[in-house]
Structures are given as structure tokens and as C-alpha cells.
Ligand binder design. Structure first.
Ligand code: HEM
Ligand SMILES: [Cu+2]
Length: 484
């Protein structure tokens, strides 16, 4: 088993990986524009009306989660392929199902006017007060089911490949090294992270699919009712796990690219293995932090949600930060767009976790939860963390998997993205501090200043993202044939 991760024979991306990234880039830009439109509506600069706002909010929420999953899967698949035999056909099948799902969702929302948010909370999809009909809700939910099915197939293939190579998932997580002291280092970080993601996401997707099926039956046979609290638990379990898994897939870019740049290995020592095993368990039990306001929930579950919220993200975040800093320190690394974006992503991820820990505290949650504080938290770690990792990976491929000095426009876009991204997320956090509710199409005059400043920052973020995506799309040929 190789400890060194920078000795891969081939580094060029397959057409499948490029198709994933081009799709993710295109959908990302569109969803960012929808996000800007929402902010402009709240700022009362444009007026699209509340119904349109909630349609865009639904599309933006689900679309961005999808983009994150697609980008993360591309990173995971690209690097995991060095160690195990993955099926290219299933990889493509997932993309096809994804795009089919996107079409159904777009039709359900833009034509059918479904606007029940990406969290499709029961019983809202079936009780629209005349805004949309059951078929629109069904299109949205079937679209989600298709997307979930695609990812499930992908993860089953990952499981098959990992078990084929390492014997069992426990081995792939490095348990013999962690618990039995067999050798100093476990499987490569990419293998460990992929194993974690496949375990938690398979459970998450199956829960999501089961509640979607129940709700689809309920739409057409309303006598088949569902316990709303059970539904909420299943939905948030699925949602929490699925969006969290995206960052554990994307962080593989950090584990693979920084070692290549610094010519230093990133070994999976015991601390690393322990962090991933801990997170594998914790990410499953943490989701009640979304239900802290539901008084009908058993008290012990809420306390568990609070306590685990403090613990969950930290182990992997800390070992990754520590690993990244030690690997960079005195390595003489030459900075370029890929390594710069990856370093920014570490910062964005860490910064985004802080407001989450604050909000995961029950007494604070009762005041903050339905405010813009929460979008402030997740936009920080998703936009400046997760999406920055995807952009870093795009540059890495676009540069032929080599270090390439960044040009003026790229550099300018980098700093614009970082600065405006922070300004944009701070505007959400400040809104939260001033008790501005989230998911409101109409804002009070006192709140408009935040909305307007945020709109300017959002426009700058979009311009920078456009540069990143166009740069990548124009260098697909280099990305295909890259060499280390
Ligand atoms: C230019 C970039 C972006 C802009 C302008 C933007 C804007 C917005 C706005 C205005 C909202 C609604 C906030 C509210 O009033 O409740 C929102 C919600 C949301 N955004 Fe973004 N966003 C951006 C990037 C992202 C990214 C990169 C992601 C994830 C990868 C993301 C995921 C979400 C999610 C999941 C929601 C929650 C929707 C809901 O409450 O149902 N956004 N965004
Ligand atoms: Cu959560």
C-alpha cells in the first residue's frame, strides 16, 4: 500500500470528469444568478413577486446542493480511480440521471410553479393553497428521486471497488492500523475519505428516498398519511448528510493536490484515521440540530444534537488544517490559482464552521435559527470552502495538473472572489444578528441596507466565478491530457 499520494501515473481527467465539471460550472453560474435575483428582490431593487422568489429559492437551494454533489463526486472519482477500479459507465449513468432529474425539477418549478423549498417539508408539497398542483410537486420529487438513484448507484460502485481492493470497508477506513496497531499508516487519505462518504451518504440517500416515496403516495392517496415529525427527521437526516458529504468528497482535492505541489506525502496516520472514523459516526447523529425548535422531539435527541454539533466537523477540519499547514510550511511551494484556491477553501471551511457551532447551541438556536444567520453559516463554508475546492480542482486540471503562474485576470478574480465572498456572507451574518428572518421574500425598510450591499458583493462573486468557469471550459483539451 503506497503512502505517497503524488506518484500517480496518470493525471489527465477523463471525459466523464470534465462533463461533470462543465455541468456543475454551468448550473452553478445559473444558480448564482438566481441567488442574486433573490437578494435584489429582498433589496427592493427588482420586483418579481413573492411566488417567483420562492420558486427561485427552491431552485437555488436544490440546484446548489446538486452542484456541490456533482463537483465533489468529480473530485472523488478522479482521484479514487488511482487506487481502485471504478466503473466509468456507472459514473456517466449518474450524470445522465442527474441531468434528467434537473429537467423534471425545472419543469415542476418553472412551469408547475412548485415552490416548497428544497427541503420539501411534509405536508407542504401537497398543501400549496392553490399555488401549484400535485403534479408539479410530484415532478419535483421524482426529479429528486432520480438524482438520488444516480448517486446511490455511484456509491454502490465505490463500495464494490473498495471492498474488492481492501477486503472490507473497515480496512478501507484504516481500522486495522487505528485499532489493532497494524502498521503506522492506513490506506491513502482519498480512500479513507471516500469510504466515509459512501457509508454515510448511502444511509442518507436511502432515508431520503423512503420519505420521498411515502410523500409521493400521500400526494395521490391523501388517506395514506405520514407522521410529520418522522417526515421532518428523515428529510433533515438526508439533507444534512448529503450536503455535508459534499465537502468530504471535495477535500480530497486538498489531500491529493497539495502533496503534488510540495513533493511531500500526506500520510494517513492514526490521528487522521481516528478523525475520519469519528466523523463517520458523528455526522449520522448530529442532524437533530435542525430540529432544536421542535418541542415535540425527545429531549435527549436535541441534547445529542447540540453536543455532537460541537464535536462533529472539528476532527476532520483540524487534521486537514494541520496537515495542510505542515505540508506547506517551508516546502518552497509556488502559489498558483489551484493551490491558492485550495488554501482559501481551508479558510472558508474553518470560518463557516464557527457560526454553525454558535447556532448549534440550543439557547442561541431558539433566537437565531430562522434568521439569516444560518444562510450566513452555510454560504461561508459552501461558497468559500466547498466551491473554492471545486474551482481549485478546475484550475489544477486546466493547467494540465501542473503548477502554472496565474495571469492578471485570474489573480484579480481570485481576490475579488475572496473579498466579495466574505462581504456577501458577512451581510447574511449581520442580517442574522439584527434578527432578519431567513426565507422572507419581503424585507422591512430597516433591513434593505444589508440586502443592497450583499447584492453588490454577489454580483462581484458571480463575475469572478464566471472567469473561473470560462477559463476551465476553454482549456478542456489540456485538462484531458495533463501530466505530472
Ligand atoms: C453568488 C452566490 C450566491 C448568492 C447570491 C446566493 C444567494 C442566496 C439567497 C439570497 C438565499 C436566500 C436567503 C434567505 O433569505 O433565506 C440563498 C439560500 C440558499 N443558498 Fe445561496 N447564494 C449563493 C451561493 C450559494 C452556494 C455556492 C450554495 C451552495 C453550494 C448556496 C446554497 C444555498 C442554499 C442551500 C440556500 C437555502 C435555500 C432555502 O432556504 O431553502 N448558495 N442563497
Ligand atoms: Cu446539519
Amino acid at each position: 500500500m503506497s503512502v505517497l499520494t503524488h506518484t500517480s501515473p496518470r493525471a489527465g481527467a477523463t471525459a466523464g470528469v470534465l462533463a461533470y465539471l462543465v455541468s456543475a460550472g454551468a448550473i452553478l453560474l445559473l444558480m448564482m444568478v438566481f441567488g442574486l435575483a433573490m437578494r435584489l428582490e429582498q433589496a427592493q431593487i427588482i420586483s418579481i413577486g413573492a411566488n417567483r422568489f420562492y420558486e427561485l429559492m427552491t431552485l437555488h437551494g436544490i440546484g446548489m446542493v446538486g452542484v456541490a454533489a456533482l463537483g465533489g463526486a468529480a473530485i472523488m472519482w478522479h482521484f479514487l480511480r488511482q487506487y481502485v477500479q471504478l466503473s466509468p459507465a456507472l459514473f456517466i449513468a449518474n450524470l445522465v440521471l442527474f441531468l434528467l432529474g434537473v429537467v423534471l425539477i425545472l419543469v415542476g418549478v418553472l412551469w408547475g410553479k412548485f415552490a416548497g423549498a428544497w427541503t420539501f417539508l411534509y405536508p407542504m408539497p401537497g398543501h400549496s393553497m392553490g399555488v401549484w398542483d400535485n403534479d408539479a410537486a410530484a415532478l419535483f420529487m421524482v426529479g429528486l428521486l432520480l438524482i438520488g438513484t444516480g448517486f446511490l448507484l455511484l456509491y454502490l460502485d465505490v463500495a464494490r471497488a473498495l471492498i474488492g481492493e481492501y477486503g472490507s470497508l473497515a480496512h478501507a477506513l484504516g481500522w486495522p492500523q487505528l485499532f489493532l496497531g497494524k502498521g503506522k499508516y492506513g490506506p491513502p487519505p482519498t480512500v479513507v475519505a471516500s469510504t466515509m462518504v459512501l457509508i454515510v451518504n448511502t444511509i442518507g440517500i436511502v432515508s431520503g428516498a423512503s420519505i420521498l416515496l411515502m410523500m409521493l403516495i400521500n400526494l395521490y392517496f391523501p388517506r395514506f398519511t405520514i407522521d410529520p415529525l418522522l417526515a421532518k427527521n428523515l428529510i433533515y437526516f438526508f439533507g444534512h448528510v448529503f450536503i455535508n458529504a459534499t465537502i468530504y468528497m471535495a477535500v480530497i482535492a486538498v489531500y491529493e493536490i497539495l502533496p503534488r505541489y510540495t513533493q511531500r506525502p500526506w500520510p494517513s496516520n492514526r490521528v487522521f484515521l481516528a478523525a475520519f472514523t469519528a466523523s463517520t459516526v458523528l455526522v449520522i447523529f448530529i442532524y437533530p440540530h435542525h430540529l432544536l425548535m421542535d418541542f415535540a422531539m425527545p429531549r435527549w435527541m436535541l441534547i445529542m444534537g447540540q453536543v455532537i454539533s460541537y464535536l462533529n466537523g472539528l476532527p476532520v477540519l483540524v487534521v486537514t488544517m494541520y496537515g495542510a499547514l505542515t505540508i506547506i510550511y517551508r516546502s518552497g511551494i509556488k502559489w498558483d490559482m489551484a493551490s491558492g484556491l485550495l488554501l482559501l477553501s481551508m479558510f472558508g471551511w474553518a470560518a463557516g464552521v464557527i457560526p454553525a457551532i454558535v447556532d448549534g447551541t440550543i439557547v442561541i438556536n431558539h433566537v437565531m435559527h430562522n434568521t439569516l444567520w444560518v444562510p450566513g453559516h452555510f454560504h461561508t463554508y459552501l461558497l468559500l470552502g466547498m466551491i473554492a475546492m471545486v474551482f481549485g480542482f478546475m484550475y489544477y486540471l486546466a493547467n494540465g495538473s501542473r503548477h502554472v503562474r496565474a495571469g492578471m485576470l485570474d489573480r484579480l478574480s481570485f481576490w475579488a472572489f475572496a473579498a466579495a465572498g466574505m462581504g456577501f456572507t458577512f451581510a447574511f451574518l449581520y442580517g442574522g444578528l439584527s434578527s432578519v428572518p431567513r426565507r422572507y421574500a419581503v424585507h422591512l425598510p430597516e433591513w434593505l441596507a444589508y440586502d443592497r450591499i450583499a447584492s453588490v458583493f454577489a454580483a462581484v462573486v458571480i463575475a469572478a466565478a464566471l472567469v473561473f468557469v470560462v477559463r476551465f471550459a476553454s482549456r478542456l483539451r489540456t485538462a484531458r491530457g495533463g501530466a505530472t
